[in-house]
Design a protein around this ligand. Structure first.
Ligand SMILES: NC(=O)c1ccc[n+]([C@@H]2O[C@H](COP(=O)([O-])OP(=O)(O)OC[C@H]3O[C@@H](n4cnc5c(N)ncnc54)[C@H](OP(=O)(O)O)[C@@H]3O)[C@@H](O)[C@H]2O)c1
Length: 261
């Protein structure tokens, strides 16, 4: 399959580890130039050095996506590397998990900034140039929580629905300009996020985190969690020319977890 990704410039958010890093590696493997963004400058430097040593054109931007005032500077920096950004992958750390009534307004506001506003603001700044060039991709990494609420994850269950509504609305406006806007409803995937979620559940129930992880996996029809590369493959597909007629969708990559048709 010709992905058409060679030479395209991609900004991947939340890319120092986990799903974002896997997406950066996958797009780079298809010949894209990649910009990795996250808060940890040292880790980003290490990741980008690894990519550069393998001949990949890679750069990094250290930034905290929950600080909305910084978003214009991020967009400017990203465009300064190679001109336009052709592909934007919106992604950041997940909101905290816990009992439904346990989060105060500050936590809700911080999560809304990190998991909704960052994507909305960054996209608003980068999508006009994509439309002008006649080609672009916005890919939002969300969660199975947009199709089926998950226990302990009221922040994700709520805020990611806003991303879904926003993305569909935007996809309609930019469809004719050759820019697609899609979401991935990520299922349980073996990254540090799973350890975070399992630790909270383990504390609540007095069990080992390992038991909790095993139990989570047992509820997935495939009886295993995803590898980050399996989510990244879907992102690379949505970024590719092969997905040129797909826009406004939420693609579950969940091993069959979502119990709906
Ligand atoms: N893993 C799963 O099973 C799963 C399932 C569904 C949805 N998701 C969601 O998918 C997203 C990524 O998950 P993951 O498993 O890759 O998580 P992860 O392993 O915790 O990685 C999160 C990444 O985001 C960066 N990050 C966190 N907060 C940030 C911020 N405020 N600004 C900029 N970068 C930030 C982190 O790097 P720094 O620390 O360097 O900033 C890291 O690179 C999360 O929102 C998660 O909730 C995950």
């Amino acid at each position: 399959m010709n992905t058409g990704l060679k030479g395209k410039a991609a900004l991947i958010c939340g890319a120092s580890r986990g799903l974002g890093l896997a997406c950066a590696e996958k797009l780079a493997g298809e010949g894209a130039k990649v910009i990795l963004l996250s808060r940890n400058k040292d880790l980003l430097f290490e990741r980008v050095s690894n990519l550069n040593n393998r001949g990949v054109e890679a750069r990094f931007i250290p930034a905290d996506l929950s600080v909305i005032e910084e978003i214009p500077a991020i967009a400017k920096k990203a465009e300064a590397f190679w001109g336009n950004v052709d592909i934007l992958i919106n992604n950041a750390g997940g909101p905290p998990s816990g009992p439904n009534l346990s989060f105060n307004a500050d936590v809700w506001i911080h999560s809304f900034k990190q998991n909704f506003l960052s994507a909305e603001e960054l996209t608003k700044l980068l999508i006009p140039a994509m439309a002008e060039s006649g080609w672009g991709r916005i890919i939002n990494l969300t969660s199975i929580t947009v199709k089926q609420p998950v226990e302990n994850l009221i922040l994700s269950n709520s805020i990611r629905m806003a991303v879904t509504g926003w993305a569909k609305t935007l996809s309609l406006e930019f469809a004719a300009a050759g820019v697609t806007v899609n979401n991935i409803a990520t299922g349980y995937t073996l990254t540090e996020r799973i350890n975070e979620l399992a630790a909270v559940k383990a504390e609540q129930s007095g069990r080992d985190a390992e038991d909790v992880i095993e139990e989570m996996a047992s509820k997935i029809p495939m009886k295993r969690m995803a590898e980050p590369e399996e989510i990244a493959s879907a992102a690379a597909f949505l970024a590719s020319d092969a997905a040129s007629y797909i826009t406004g969708v939420t693609l579950p990559v969940d091993g069959g977890y979502i119990a709906g048709v």
